[in-house]
Design a protein around this ligand. Sequence first.
Ligand code: AMP
Length: 114
Amino acid sequence: MENCVFCKIASGEIQSQFVYQDDQVVAFHDRAPLAPVHVLIIPRLHISTLNDLQIEHKGLMGHLLWVSQEIARQKNLQEKGYRLIMNCGRDAGQEVNHLHFHLLGGRPLGELVV
Ligand code: AMP
């Protein structure tokens, strides 16, 4: 998708150090981290919001969750815990219109919202 910053990151047009990548998913550090670990996990495929999911995306969404817990494990967060957040739309404060999970951890998160 033209002019989508996360598509550009996924394609390598904007350089980023990936925490994880495969043929369907990439993960990278949020540029404005709200916790010691703040990773964004995105599909390479441009899907704007959760509202835009189609039935054929079900497997991809499962894969995003799988990758998220793998990254949490890599970051040694599984025992202390972590939070996985997806904002959808204006009232949730979704800033980037390319579906993504925020993986947050490394400190008590309290009522933190992203
Ligand atoms: P959301 O409000 O859920 O759409 O979150 C978007 C997140 O993307 C915010 O936490 C931003 O800090 C982050 N972000 C925006 N542009 C970039 C970028 N170029 N590289 C890394 N993170 C970004």
